[in-house]
Each structure stands twice: as C-alpha cells, then as structure tokens.
Ligand binder design. Structure first.
Ligand SMILES: [Zn+2]
Ligand SMILES: [Zn+2]
Length: 249
C-alpha cells in the first residue's frame, strides 16, 4: 500500500515537472516498470533479437548468407547497411513516438541500439555520420529532425564527425510512406545535396547516413548516389529499424 502511494506520488511529480530529470528513474516505455532508462534491461533483452542480416541492405537472411538475392542481382549504391532491430513491436511504436509525438526522450535508447549493433558488426568505421535531412517545411512543422536527434547521440560515441546541415534536402517531396513502393525512387530523385562548403572535405570520406527506419531503401539509395556523385569514397546506411522486404507501409 505504502509503495503504491509512493509510486503514485512519484508519477504525479513526474507529470507535473515534465520529462524525468537526469538521474531520476522513469517508467519503461514498453512495460512501464520503473527503471533508470526509458527502456528497461528486461525489454532490451526480450526485444533485441540479433539475427543475420544482408551486409548490403540489412534485410534478415538465413544463417550463413552474407548478401541477399535482391542485392546480388542489383547491388544498391550504398556499400553496407546496418539495422539494429526489425520494424515491429515494440520498436515501431517507439519510433512513431519519437517521430510524431515529440518522444525525444526515446532518442537516447534508440541511438544506443544503433551503437550496440555497430559494435557487434564488422563494418569499417565511417568518418562522417550524417542524418537524413527533413525538408525545411517538415522541419518547421515537426520542430526537430528525429534522424539528427539520433545522429548527435551516436556520432560522439563512435568517434564520427556529424552535422545536421552537411547533407541537405533541396526538394520537398511527399512523404515516402504515403506512396506505393514503385513510386518512391522517382519521388526522391534529386531531393538531396551536399552543403557546398563541405564538398572538398567529403572527398575520400566514408560516410554513414543515419535514419530511423529503412523501408524500400529508395531514400537511402538516392542519398548514396548524391554523396558518391559529390566525391565520397563509400557510403553506408544505418537505421534503428529495418522493415521486412516487400512491405508497403
Ligand atoms: Zn521494460
Ligand atoms: Zn540485401
């Protein structure tokens, strides 16, 4: 009874004062247990199931397979892809909260999954880690770029250089999620550019592009073509979550 009362009082205090202060426990975003992080250790163990992934596009593959059939047939312009988890429960809900409901306090736990996934793999370390940019209009509407919120947490942990405006979105196109897969490549064609002042430094760089989710890979492919066209040595694509193939979310 007493502990229930303390818990209620604590919840009230947190609600009153907004997001938890550093050093205070908060409720796990998935199971609601009290923990020092927004995602408790039990949920991380339960829902981060390492699986073999295609080294080119990060889709799940059978054990022993390095590259999926689709990438063997038509290799993407990016050299490697890294995905921490599949886009399914609970990650789909956490990413949606990060993206559309200002769940910025989730950026740290999602970024941590990317850092761990990189640590378990064997990818060459990129010099630059750049967030997939939003258009100026969408950035104004949302108030933040979720990919930058991830990048600014992941980059320092891995010793990469990052910046929110070195990769630019120069064309506002309808959101990929609203389009059928077949139209997505055309929708983002010519949508990205490298900040002109950084073009010289880009040469000879290995660049990783970071986003929350990869679905068709059309955005990632267009960015990779843009970076390679501007002189980057090679491009990787890093995401928190990868959707299974042939989905039309
Ligand atoms: Zn939990
Ligand atoms: Zn693949």
């Amino acid at each position: 009874m007493a502990s229930q009362y303390i818990e209620l009082m604590f919840t009230g205090l947190l609600q009153h004062f907004g997001p938890p202060l550093r050093g205070l426990p908060s409720q796990c975003a998935v199971c609601h247990a009290w923990d020092w992080q927004r995602l408790c250790a039990d949920c991380i163990t339960r829902y981060v199931a390492p699986c073999p992934r295609c080294e080119r596009c990060a889709i799940e593959v059978p054990i022993g397979v390095r590259t999926c059939g689709a990438c063997l047939k038509q290799p993407p312009p990016f050299e490697h892809a890294l995905a921490a988890v599949d886009y399914k429960y609970p990650w789909d809900g956490l990413i949606t909260a990060l993206k559309f409901h200002a769940g910025l306090d989730l950026a740290t736990v999602l970024a941590q999954r990317v850092i761990e996934a990189y640590g378990k793999g064997e990818l060459p370390r990129p010099g630059w880690l750049l967030p997939v940019p939003l258009s100026a209009q969408r950035l104004r509407e949302r108030g933040y770029n979720q990919a930058w919120e991830l990048a600014r947490r992941v980059a320092p942990a891995l010793g990469c250089t990052t910046h929110p405006r070195w990769l630019l979105r120069v064309k506002d196109s309808p959101q990929q999620l609203s389009l059928p897969l077949a139209q997505r490549a055309a929708n983002v064609r010519g949508a990205f550019a490298v900040a002109p002042r950084r073009a010289d430094e880009l040469r000879e760089q290995t660049v990783a592009v970071l986003d929350d989710v990869m679905t068709s890979g059309a955005t990632a492919a267009e960015i990779a073509r843009t970076l390679l066209g501007a002189g980057a040595k090679s491009v990787q694509v890093w995401v928190v979550a990868r959707t299974p193939r042939i989905t039309d979310l």
